[in-house]
Write a protein that binds this ligand. Structure first.
Ligand code: COA
Length: 154
């Protein structure tokens, strides 16, 4: 079943941190952040950030966090609840983020992903991200290379 009208994407607020941490905790391949790092997203000293949630019937099913430096954005994390995967929610989240980033004047978006993370890599490739580099042994536990993906807006 693909997602329909009962799906809503909205900006996250500080009160959503427990839900965001819950999603990440159940996603071994997501980036793992401390509570303090989540707090930073909503602090005024934070770099320019976007944190989006996707809800189905008001239940948080996924989140995406990105930050901007000048005209370049980085997708720092994305996770969809295990039971909600393969139904297009990740595609919707990335699409909404790309629209917002473009609206804010972004020229490019990049991200790093574990080489073995086929699901995430397929998601990014679906949005026409291109491999632009490799960071050897970038990840720990287990050690693994990161693949860098980049999307340039025309
Ligand atoms: C990566 C992730 C966010 C994708 O979310 P999702 O809602 O399942 O993604 P979608 O349903 O929109 O799928 C988008 C595309 O990704 C690919 N894909 C998703 N899951 C896949 C899987 N298990 N195997 C192969 N391809 C997969 C498909 O190409 C799919 O398109 P299709 O359904 O039209 O074939 C989700 O798997 C997840 O939360 N993983 C754990 C956290 C993580 O690894 N985050 C990435 C950190 S860089």
């Amino acid at each position: 079943m693909r997602c329909g009208n009962r799906v809503k994407i909205r900006p996250a607020i500080a009160a959503d941190i427990p839900a965001m941490m819950g999603l990440e905790k159940h996603s071994v391949t997501a980036a793992h952040w401390s509570r303090q790092q989540y707090d930073t997203i909503f602090s005024q000293r934070s770099p320019r950030r976007l944190a989006l949630l996707i809800e189905e019937e008001s239940v948080v099913q996924g989140c995406l966090i990105a930050s901007a430096m000048d005209l370049e954005w980085e997708i720092e994390n994305i996770a969809v609840a295990g039971s909600a995967r393969r139904r297009g929610l990740g595609t919707r989240l990335v699409g909404e983020f790309l629209n917002l980033a473009r609206t804010q004047g972004a020229q490019a978006v990049f991200l790093e992903v574990r080489e073995s993370n086929g699901a995430a890599r397929a998601l990014y490739e679906k949005w026409a991200f291109l491999e632009s580099g490799r960071r050897p042994r970038y990840y720990r536990e287990p050690e693994e290379d990161a693949i860098v993906y980049r999307l340039c807006f025309p």
